[in-house]
Design a binder for this molecule. Structure first.
Ligand SMILES: [Zn+2]
Length: 432
């Protein structure tokens, strides 16, 4: 765990920056500490390197973007990313059992902690999506270019700049490309990292997207289900009286919507959504199967569990009622399959990693703000491990859409910010 000696009492830096910063300068130990890191000659050199090699960063971004990484098919991009890390120079590297790329840059402490900086390898786009980058002036257009190929390119430039400037850290740093961050990937890469790998990770920074003044320290949790209602099916006239799965699903949705609507009108924000409904054969057939995809989210883990139980109760109530009332044939069977489980949670804003991220943002001339999102950090956040998600700089627009594009405006600033947060957290070994 990280010592808390330097924390600012109670006041997050956002609030502090609203007041006159100089008035509380003596209290502002963290800002001073981070400034000291930023003014270290090696870090100055690394910043210069980031500026001087920005074209290389953009070229790397293009190269990686053009390697497809659909959900559950990240291998080709993983191999390329691993190769790039190796050619820059790391102490160890491998692809783990689930496909995460892991590269170690050793720390110098006697018993170093190990921290992670990561980006996600996967995109939301299916196999066959055209991922060629179109350059229109300063705009780079391609699906996945900002979310999160930008994060991968940022990691590589950070590593390059650290090696070029002979930066030594106290802690081990793992440069990680995760699989399965998006959608039905359900954070499987980062879940493996924290639940099943033997790695002991003391803190975690995810570089995801581009925003360079937000610090996400709260995880937005979600539960997702595929619900399938199955009955015997038959002719709409000849077999009339058989249980009808479409009718049962409709009644279930009706009960769920009534109760969930009341529940979500007060308290910490909680949402519910029937995203797709499918099934049936023809207008004159009683369907044998119908199904729906359901998404529920909440800022609060307790409320996520509560709306989930409203959802389950509504389905079982409809199924029980209608099986009990059926006129003929076998009863209906319902299958409720959990296809997404992301925990909610938050890291206290007084935590050193959060404060260092806020200070780094301020020192790079941007007003920082705190946020909540659903990212790889959800998992370590739910385990109480200091974790944040930050953007990698530049401007990303229309993520998760085929029209996604990236503008490299102030791109280097985002990389410097990520590096500064990383070094403040990893501990810069003093020049001897
Ligand atoms: Zn992302």
């Amino acid at each position: 765990m990280i010592p808390q000696a330097n924390k600012i009492i109670g006041l997050p830096l956002t609030l502090i920056t609203l007041f006159n910063t100089s008035l509380i300068a003596q209290e502002n130990q963290i800002l001073d500490d981070v400034r000291q890191v930023m003014e270290d000659s090696r870090v100055v050199a690394a910043f210069e390197y980031i500026d001087a090699h920005d074209e290389e960063t953009v070229n790397t971004l293009i190269t990686l973007t053009e390697i497809p990484a659909p959900p559950f098919a990240e291998t080709e991009r993983a191999l390329a990313f691993l190769e790039m890390l190796n050619s820059i120079g790391v102490d160890d590297s491998y692809i783990d059992e689930v496909g995460n790329v892991i590269a170690l840059r050793k720390g110098s402490a006697v018993n170093p902690n190990t921290m992670v900086i990561s980006g996600h390898l996967d995109t939301v786009f299916p196999e066959g999506t055209n991922v060629q980058v179109q350059q229109l002036g300063d705009t780079l257009k391609a699906p996945g270019i900002a979310d999160d190929t930008r994060g991968l390119a940022v990691l590589l430039t950070i590593l390059r700049s650290m090696n070029a400037s002979n930066i030594a850290t106290d802690n081990n740093i793992l440069f990680v490309g995760t699989v399965g961050e998006e959608g039905l990937g359900d954070l499987r890469g980062v879940k493996h990292l924290f639940n099943d790998s033997q790695l002991e990770i003391s803190s975690f920074i995810s570089v995801d997207g581009t925003n360079d003044n937000r610090v996400t320290h709260q995880g937005l949790g979600s539960h997702r289900y595929l619900v399938t209602f199955s009955g015997p099916g038959g002719h709409s006239w000849g077999a009339f009286g058989l249980i009808n799965p479409a009718h049962v699903m409709s009644r279930a949705v009706h009960y769920f919507e009534l109760a969930a609507d009341v529940y979500t009108r007060s308290g910490p924000k909680t949402s519910f959504n029937i995203g797709t409904v499918q099934g049936g054969t023809s207008v004159n057939s009683i369907p044998a199967n119908v199904s729906m995809l359901v998404d529920m989210r909440s800022e609060s883990q307790d409320r996520l569990i509560e709306i989930d139980s409203i959802f389950h109760r509504s389905i079982y109530r409809a199924v029980d009622e209608m099986n009990g009332n059926r006129r003929s044939g076998d009863p209906l069977v319902v299958d409720i399959e959990l296809i997404g489980d992301r925990p909610s949670g938050e890291i206290d804003s007084s935590e050193l990693l959060v404060q260092r991220a806020m200070a780094s943002t301020t020192l790079l001339g941007l007003p920082p703000y705190l946020g909540r999102s659903s990212t790889d950090s959800n998992i370590p956040i739910s385990l109480g491990i200091p974790s944040i998600t930050i953007g990698g700089g530049g401007i990303g627009v229309a993520s998760h859409s085929p029209d996604e594009y990236y503008i490299n405006q102030n791109g280097p600033r985002g990389i410097k910010r990520a590096l500064l947060i990383l070094l403040s957290q990893a501990g810069l070994v003093p020049l001897s």
